[in-house]
Design a protein. Sequence first.
Length: 136
Amino acid sequence: MPIPGAGAHSGLVLRLVAASALAGSLCLAGVPEPGSGRPATVDPPLQPGQPYGEARIALQTSGWKPRPRSISVVCSAILLDRRCHLYPELQSCSQTGPGFCRFEWTSPLGVPLAVITSGGQPGGDPGRLSTWFMLP
């Protein structure tokens, strides 16, 4: 749906707004909070637009671990969504519009990562990578 006044950039604006709303606070990848004790670089093996299934294999092969859901409300709210059962690292999905989903991982050094996909379908397709960032 076009955003009035946004012209040709309305799709990008909508995606950025939705990703920002889903993702919460954004941290720069590879830049630790001062005094956090985290390593200065943690580079996940991800590419923009990469299918989530491929990204998941790349993360696992590189020693990243899925970060299980902290609450079961996510699955009870989308019980019929196969993604909930296929991906224990799935934290949430928007269920409307471009189908943004948030997955969380932990690096081999213990640094948490959020991965945002778009274009997924409740039938099981988690979509393609939109963005990712380190969590505090």
